[in-house]
Design a protein around this ligand. Sequence first.
Ligand code: ZN
Length: 392
Amino acid sequence: MARIPDAVLDDLRARNPVHEVAGRYVALRNKGNRWVGPCPICSSNTSSRTACRFEASADKWVCAVCCDGGDVIRLIECIEGRGFREAVEALVGDAEPDPAEASRRAAERAKRKEMDEREVAERREKERTRCRDIWRSGIACLPGSSAATYLQLRGLNVPDTRSLRFVLEVPYFHPGPDGKARLIYSGPAMLAAIQDAICIFRGLHITWIDLDQPDGKALIVDPETGEQLPAKKVRGVKQGNAIRLISGCESPSRLVLGEGVETVLSPWTAMHRAGHDLSQTAFWSSVDLGNLGGRALETVPHPVETGRNGAPRRMPGPVPDMSVAGMAIPDSVTDIVLLGDGDSDRFLTGTTLRRAAQRFAAPGRTIRLAWARDGYDFNDMLRNAVEAKHEQ
Ligand SMILES: [Zn+2]
């Protein structure tokens, strides 16, 4: 079959801005020259106004849960589960390409791409500095601090770790209807450091705390819409990085890896209380589900959920795309336990853990999946003393 000329592809991309195409599937919110919202591939609530896993500009998109991204053609490939050529055909429709118009748009795109890359690099470095300043203003999560009391409220022991800190005052910014960030809340928070493979600080996981609330998390409400916002935020770069909650030793032989901080601290607390020898065991949080499995090679149909057209919703599949680096696991680890929590979609969690298992596979290394009981997450299980289910 003839190769599709680059000029035709560029024209197609220019005529189909990513945020407009994605916006036909989900409700996106404008944030300057970016759009955020639920993901047209993996979100079940397509009209959620607080979702922010998906981010798009005119030229590209990225989803934190799919751990995928690319141009508009890649987006259609993933949403519709089509091959490259079919996705191109779907976008072409009946329109005749105009070569003069195509080259004008291609030049415009190249200019925008160059500006984008510079801007992204600058923004990333500024954000890392801001995160580092917040982290430096924190103190250790010692017993008696609000962060320690928050963990205890969740039934957790307070670990002696350098990865968690407590800060008295962290501002919470949220975009208003015009897309500009507004300061809508400020208060005490627990910080978790996000580090890369060689332990360099890359970002922060922030949990705002209010010990007067039943679950200890701050109640944060958008003053304009009255909508309740998540009490947790991730800032900086998380992709391929991790929160090294409990390190065990420098070269741990076992790694327990799960999505959230409380999820991972739950089995640690249970094992710690039961008197297990944890000197060789590390406990890490991947910050979010997508980062646990890394990018998938392709999407697969969800067995139950359907999209707007009644066709099965596509989800990131179980096979990892090894051309995109995932989280780096220390060579010393010979036993990995992946935690499958019940608070995300079960099918999506399953494909993600299988992807992680393939990604982290190495000679002489065992990888096990530990699932929370149906209807529970690991933290509920800790508080209710329920046993996990193990799979090889
Ligand atoms: Zn997604």
